[in-house]
Design a protein around this ligand. Structure first.
Ligand code: AOF
Ligand code: ZN
Length: 358
């Protein structure tokens, strides 16, 4: 992959390769840790190793217009970066945006080799690998690429590719697929572990979406709290969509976090409005009507379902009309992971892509 004459051959030795792999694991964790704080920018992690493979700096993307990950890691490394390796989850940028190019910062610091996971698809920022190679840096991409692309960079890559935010539809249901009992009561179907996980999911996204029906039925607060009920310092944008009026006293309209109301049933319109606001990662929290509209429009990119060992026998199903009238029209999904969540089962699924998929 490296075409530079001045390749740093030492950087290919087994010991150093091992250190680079461990550093990329750390960079992945760092990028995961800043999810939800960097939009519209990607959450990137970076680690600097010296020429002996010792870690001398680490950092992650700061909220815009703050520095990119490489700059944070280089700051910590200082002079120790000279002749070392930068390990980054995304190809270093080569453009002047809100900040100067990371390629410049890496060259100024005297970095000899760069290892990154995923290429930057952004038209202006991409090309960093070539810029660095041309300057004699030993560059390789692709390390842990699929884990980074399916993990912390998934939503941002999706937004770059499609122009719209990534949507995770989350619901909690009984074993027979219902989200409330016949009288509308739903506290609690899922257990405390699952409920805590939902707060962790909310903390990592830019926006949480519900329909006006859910606001009227449940009066949700849609905030991120810890186990003691303490509010997290950063709250996602709260989004209500639909044409039914909601009371001025609804909890979602209080001043704890910002809220936008879209008076429409059209998921595409809502996502376009959110994209304009810089939203990259969306958590769709229901209810059945809104979820049905998103599924019917092919605008759900991941499902996270908490299924409790509880039977209700009556009451609303998790998904309303999604445009399926016969079995051949069923929306088919691929299971990504099935784990226990306390007493519940957590199922994550992604759309079936390619031949025969939707
Ligand atoms: C990196 N490291 O940590 C991030 C990068 O407007 P700007 O200047 O903040 O640039 C945003 C673009 O830079 C963004 O679209 C993406 O292509 C890249 N993000 N690049 O080298 C980072 N967050
Ligand atoms: Zn950059």
């Amino acid at each position: 992959m490296n075409t530079s004459a001045a390749s740093a051959s030492w950087a290919h030795e087994p010991e150093i390769r091992k250190a680079v792999e461990a550093a990329m694991e750390t960079a992945l964790e760092l990028s995961d840790g800043v999810r939800g704080t960097t939009s519209p920018n990607p959450p990137v992690g970076a680690v600097i190793l010296d020429s002996r493979g010792r870690r001398v700096g680490a950092g992650a993307t700061q909220p815009p217009p703050g520095p990119h990950a490489e700059v944070m890691a280089l700051r910590e490394a200082g002079e120790r970066a000279r002749g070392g390796i930068a390990v980054v989850t995304l190809e270093p940028c080569s453009h002047y945006g809100r900040t100067p190019p990371c390629t410049r910062a890496l060259l100024a610091a005297g970095i000899a080799a760069v290892r990154f996971a995923v290429s930057d698809p952004h038209p202006a920022a991409s090309g960093g690998a070539e810029v660095l190679r041309a300057a004699g840096v030993d560059v390789e991409g692709g390390l842990l690429a699929s884990r980074v692309a399916e993990g912390p960079l998934r939503a941002w890559l999706h937004r770059e590719r499609t122009g719209r935010p990534h949507v995770t539809w989350k619901y909690a249901a009984s074993l027979d697929g219902r989200i409330a009992a016949a009288d509308g009561t739903s506290r609690w179907i899922s257990g405390p572990t699952s409920r805590a996980e939902v707060h962790a999911l909310r903390a990592r996204v830019d926006a949480v979406v519900v329909g006006t029906g859910t606001v009227l039925a449940d009066d949700p607060w849609l905030t991120v709290r810890d186990a003691d009920g303490e509010l997290a310092p950063r709250q996602p944008l709260r989004v209500v969509m639909g044409t039914r009026g909601i009371p001025a006293g609804a909890r979602v309209l209080d001043s704890t976090a910002e809220t936008v109301v879209f008076a429409t049933h059209d998921p595409g319109e809502v996502l376009a409005g959110l994209a304009e606001r810089g939203v990259v990662d969306v958590l769709l929290e229901g209810g059945p009507t809104v979820a049905g509209a998103f599924v019917a429009a092919g605008l759900v990119d991941r499902i996270v379902a908490y299924v409790a060992p509880t039977l209700l026998g009556a009451g609303p199903a998790a998904l309303g009309d999604a445009g399926v009238s016969t079995i051949t029209e069923a929306h088919r999904w691929r299971l990504e992971g099935v784990t226990m969540s306390g007493e519940d089962v957590r199922i994550s699924a992604v759309p079936v892509t390619g031949e025969g998929g939707d």
